[in-house]
Every structure is written in C-alpha cells, then in structure tokens.
Write a protein that binds this ligand. Sequence first.
Ligand SMILES: Cc1cc2nc3c(=O)[nH]c(=O)nc-3n(C[C@H](O)[C@H](O)[C@H](O)COP(=O)(O)OP(=O)(O)OC[C@H]3O[C@@H](n4cnc5c(N)ncnc54)[C@H](O)[C@@H]3O)c2cc1C
Length: 291
Amino acid sequence: MKLAPFRYHQPSTQVEALELLGSLGDNAKVLAGGQSLLPMMAYRLATPTDLVDIGRIPELRGWDLDDSGLRIRAMARQRQIELDPDIGLRFPVMHHALAKVAHVQIRNRGTVCGSLAHADSAAELPTLMVALDSTFVVANAQGRRRVAAPDFFKFHFTTAVEAGELLAEVFIPDPGPGQHAAFMEVSRRKGDFAVVGAAVVVDIEDGHVKGARVVCSGVAPTPYVVAAAEEAIVGGELRDSTLLDAQYATSRSVDPPDDFHADSEYRKHLAGVLVRRCLDQIRSNQGARSA
Ligand SMILES: Cc1cc2nc3c(=O)[nH]c(=O)nc-3n(C[C@H](O)[C@H](O)[C@H](O)COP(=O)(O)OP(=O)(O)OC[C@H]3O[C@@H](n4cnc5c(N)ncnc54)[C@H](O)[C@@H]3O)c2cc1C
C-alpha cells in the first residue's frame, strides 16, 4: 500500500534534530533504518505527519568500545555491531543475538537503537539489553537523561522516550572476566520474530554463581525479568539440578497470553527450556575456557 502523505526533514546536527522534534510534537517520528517504521506506515499502522531522518547526523553514527564498556549511538547499524571483531570478543552474546534479528538485508539498514526504541516484545535486543544491565541515554532539546534498561520498556511498542525526544545511545557496561552470557530463541523460520527468547547473564567466581540475570521475550508486553530463576541460580554451582530448578521456576513465573503463533502453555514450556539451555551453554563455555 502507498504511504499516507508526510513531511520529510533531514537535519544535519543532533541539535537541529532535537529542535525539530521538540517543535513538531506528537505527530513526528524519528526515522532511523526505516525497517519497522516504513512497513508500519505502508500498512497504515502508523501515520506520522512528519519524519525526522537522523541518518545524516555524524555525531549519531558509530560506537565507542573502551574499558568501561560499549556505547552504541543512534545510527549504528545492527550489522555493523554484529560484525565488529572487537565487540564480538568482548560481547560474544551480542553477536549471537544480532545474528537472529531478521535477515542480513534488514540488519544492514536497521539500527540497534531503532530496535530498542521500537520495543517489539518479541525482539531480541530489548531482552538482551535488560540482561546486560544497559543504560539508555535519551536526549531532548533541553538536555539528556539516563534511563536504566528495566525502566526504559513500558509496554508493547512503548518506551521512556517521549514526544520531542530521541534515543541518542545505549551503554552496555564491560562484562568483566567472570561474566558469562547466552541468548537463545525459538522461531518458526530463520529470520522470523521469535515465539520466545531467553537471555541469561551470570557472574561466576570460583565456580559459584555470584549474580544472575534471566530475561525472556515473547512472554509479556516488555522484556520479562525472571526473578525466581535468578534466585534458583545464585549462590551455588551450575549443577544439573540447578539448571532444572531454573527451568521450572521460569515456566511457573511467566504468564504469557495465547495468540496466533503459540498458546500460553507452549510459551511457558519454551521459556523454561530456553533458560535451561542458556545455562547449559554457559556451563559448557566456562568449562572450555578453564580447561
Ligand atoms: C521482515 C522483517 C523481519 C524482522 N524481523 C525482526 C526480528 O526477528 N527481530 C527483531 O528484533 N526485529 C526484526 N525486524 C525489525 C528490525 O530489526 C528493525 O530494523 C528494527 O526494529 C527497527 O530499527 P530501524 O533502525 O529500522 O528503526 P525505524 O524503522 O527507523 O524506526 C522504528 C521505530 O523506532 C523509532 N526510532 C528509531 N530510532 C529511534 C531513536 N534513535 N530514538 C527514538 N525513536 C527512534 C521510530 O520513530 C519508529 O517508531 C524485522 C523487520 C522486518 C521488515
């Protein structure tokens, strides 16, 4: 279907973009990679009167990787982050999760921040960012504010970014030597949105789990933190019985609705199995590293 008419703006600085967004208000949308927004406009699910294209703003491109962590700016493409070898070494889980986002052609255009701002409850990156304890930097014409990942996602397709604002960057803290992470999902076909996904991050010291974050997608309107699974893991070693405890704790905790793709019971089962498999993968990788 043809897009409804809209006005197109192409600011060349961040200040200009924020002034535009501030003056245009509710009916304007940021255009990043366009891989979600343009299909939504084609289906008339979104009918913004103004698009503010941030693709020509130099200071919103790229990323910084240093001792403190990884800072991904608004226009860094998903594929750039997926393929960067230094990011792959420090955050291998990012590579694995990004490889599951849509198809290469979409990741070539789609941005990491665009996926986070879009906040599809089945998407990989929001769930991963919550598990990795990320911080979001939201900018408006008056300044910037930092939002912790669990507070950023409010509901289906709804975040802490208000009208007149943009997500300028996301910061992922350095994992440190004891941190291990895994991401897994089940989707009907390669490249489809997942039915359910799981991101697990654990901090291990002397073989014992000191901290854990277990987050699932596809089971709630926002990335779902499975506190009961985290409790099952922290304090001990990653034994088979612990992995099973985490699996059952997850299946008991989540309460997904039935929908066209899967019923609630199946999603509960998947969430538990994926959490157990993530832990199993972490255990194997850890064994391989210490061998
Ligand atoms: C066929 C297909 C399959 C897909 N499969 C998957 C999948 O399996 N998993 C997955 O996660 N995604 C999937 N996607 C979506 C894809 O990852 C998008 O690239 C991503 O969701 C949006 O990124 P974008 O840069 O293209 O954003 P846009 O499409 O440009 O924008 C999306 C929304 O976010 C807003 N926005 C974008 N950037 C910012 C910003 N910096 N600040 C504030 N608001 C902003 C826009 O205003 C808009 O509302 C798929 C898309 C297609 C077309």
